[in-house]
Design a protein around this ligand. Structure first.
Ligand SMILES: Cc1ncc(COP(=O)(O)O)c(C=O)c1O
Length: 400
C-alpha cells in the first residue's frame, strides 16, 4: 500500500514562538562559560567570590530548620513584605503599604519582567538609556514593547534634554531608569532625576526603575529613587532585590514596589510565572533588612577599596577607564590595544591572558557603538583582583 505523506503542517506545528526568535543567549553568561573553559579569572558576570554575611546565612538555615519550607504567600511572605515596607518607606518618603504595593519575586530580574508584562501592552514604546543592562532588550521583546534608546555620553555618561525629548512619541508608555547604573557606574544626579520625572509627568509616562545597586555608592554620591519625587508615586515601579546588597545573587529574591493598581497586575503575572520566591530565603531577607547602618557603610567602603584597586590595575595595564560612582563595574576603553573589536579583544583576554570581561557591544542596540569598550566586574576578593593585576602585566608586556 502506498505510504500517505506526512502533512506539511506537522513540521510547522513544531516551530518555536516568534517572540523568542530575536533573543540570543546572554553574552555575559557566554563569557563566564569561556572563562571556566580557559581557567580565566571571571570579571564578566556580576557575582561576588566572597561569602555572604554570616547573620543572613544563619537566618536562612534557621528558617529551613523551623520548617518554613512550603509556599509563601504568592506576592511575598508577610514578615518580609513588612520589613520591605518599613525600609522602602524611608527611601521613598511615603508609607509603602505591604498589603497592596509590594510584590516579592524571584530576583529583580523577574520583578522587571513581571512589571513589563503587568503594565505594558504590545506596541507600547519604552525609553531606555544606553548603554544598558542587557535584560531590558529581552524584557521588551517578550512583552512586545518597542525600545527607544537615549544615549548616555562618556566620560560622564550624561544625556541631554533634547535627546530625551526626541525619544518620546505618542506611543511612549514607560522609561527605564537604572541607577546606580550597570554597566557605566553612573549615579543619576538629583537634577537628572528631576528632569526625567518632569518628562514622566508631562507626557503621562511610567518610570520603571532598577535600583539593585542602591547601596553600592562611592565618593559621597547619593541614590535618588524616582518614586520619591513629586507626583511620581503613582507613576513608578521601583525594582530592587537582595542579590547585590547582601551578596546573595543565587538566592533569587527581589521585589517590585508600585501603586495598588500596578501591583495588582504585576502580582497576576508573578503568580502564574513563578508562584513565589523561596520561602526560607524571604525569612532570611527579614534579617538582612534589619542589619545596622554600619553594614551598608562597610559595604560601600569595601567596594570603594576594590574599585580603586581595579582602576589602578586597569590604568597601569593600558586601559582608559571611566571611573564608576556606583554599582560594581568599570567600563574601559580598549582603543590602545589595536584590536578590530571588543569581542576579539575579550576572547584574547580570556584565552591568552586569563582574565574574563564583557564585550562592550553587548550593552548597545547597535553593537558597533560598544566595539571599543569592555566591562570589568570588581565584586571580588582583593586577592582575586591582585591576581588579575599580575595577569594583566602580560597584556601590557605583549601589546604596548
Ligand atoms: C542592573 C541589574 N538589574 C538586575 C540584575 C539582576 O538582579 P537579580 O539577581 O535580583 O535578578 C542585575 C545583575 O547583574 C543588574 O546588573
Amino acid at each position: 500500500m502506498a505510504k500517505v505523506p506526512e502533512p506539511a503542517v506537522t513540521i510547522s506545528r513544531r516551530r518555536t514562538a516568534e517572540r523568542t526568535a530575536g533573543l540570543v543567549e546572554s553574552v555575559i553568561r557566554e563569557m563566564t562559560r569561556l572563562a571556566l573553559q580557559h581557567g580565566a579569572i571571571n570579571l564578566s558576570q556580576g557575582y561576588p567570590d566572597f561569602p555572604a554575611p554570616r547573620e543572613i546565612k544563619e537566618a536562612a538555615k534557621r528558617a529551613i530548620d523551623a520548617d518554613i519550607n512550603q509556599y509563601a504567600i504568592t506576592w511575598g511572605a508577610k514578615s518580609f513584605r513588612d520589613a520591605l515596607a518599613r525600609e522602602a518607606s524611608k527611601t521613598l518618603g511615603w508609607d509603602v503599604n505591604p498589603e497592596t504595593e509590594i510584590t516579592v519575586c524571584c530576583g529583580a530580574t523577574e520583578a522587571m519582567f513581571a512589571s513589563f508584562m503587568g503594565v505594558l501592552n504590545p506596541g507600547d514604546e519604552v525609553i531606555i538609556f544606553e548603554p544598558f543592562y542587557e535584560n531590558y532588550g529581552p524584557d521588551c521583546a517578550l512583552t512586545g514593547a518597542v525600545p527607544r534608546f537615549v544615549r548616555l555620553r562618556p566620560p560622564g555618561w550624561t544625556f541631554t534634554e533634547e535627546d530625551l525629548a526626541a525619544a518620546f512619541t505618542d506611543r511612549t508608555r514607560a522609561i527605564v531608569v537604572n541607577t546606580p547604573n550597570n554597566p557605566t557606574g553612573k549615579v543619576f544626579t538629583r537634577e537628572e532625576m528631576d528632569t526625567i520625572a518632569r518628562f514622566c509627568r508631562r507626557k503621562d509616562v511610567i518610570a520603571i526603575t532598577d535600583e539593585i545597586y542602591e547601596h553600592i555608592l562611592y565618593d559621597g554620591h547619593r541614590h535618588i529613587a524616582i518614586a520619591s519625587l513629586d507626583g511620581m508615586r503613582e507613576r513608578s515601579v521601583t525594582v530592587n532585590g537582595l542579590s547585590k546588597t547582601y551578596s546573595v545573587t543565587g538566592w533569587r529574591v527581589g521585589w517590585a514596589i508600585a501603586c495598588p493598581e500596578f501591583t495588582n497586575s504585576i502580582r497576576k503575572v508573578h503568580d502564574f510565572l513563578t508562584v513565589g520566591a523561596a520561602a526560607p530565603l524571604q525569612e532570611a531577607g527579614v534579617t538582612a533588612l534589619s542589619l545596622p547602618r554600619s553594614y551598608y557603610e562597610e559595604l560601600a567602603a569595601d567596594y570603594t577599596e576594590r574599585r580603586d584597586l581595579l582602576l589602578s590595575i586597569l590604568e597601569d595595564s593600558g586601559f582608559a577607564c571611566f571611573k564608576p560612582f556606583g554599582a560594581y563595574y568599570i567600563m574601559a576603553d580598549i582603543s590602545r590595544f589595536g584590536f578590530p573589536n571588543d569581542v576579539q579583544f575579550v576572547e584574547f583576554l580570556i584565552q591568552e591572558i586569563g582574565v574574563a570581561a564583557v564585550p562592550g557591544s553587548s550593552f548597545y542596540s547597535n553593537p558597533a557603538d560598544g566595539a571599543k569598550q569592555v566591562r570589568f566586574a570588581f565584586c571580588k576578593k582583593l586577592e582575586t583582583l591582585h591576581e588579575v593585576g599580575r595577569r594583566l602585566k602580560r597584556l601590557r608586556d605583549r601589546l604596548l
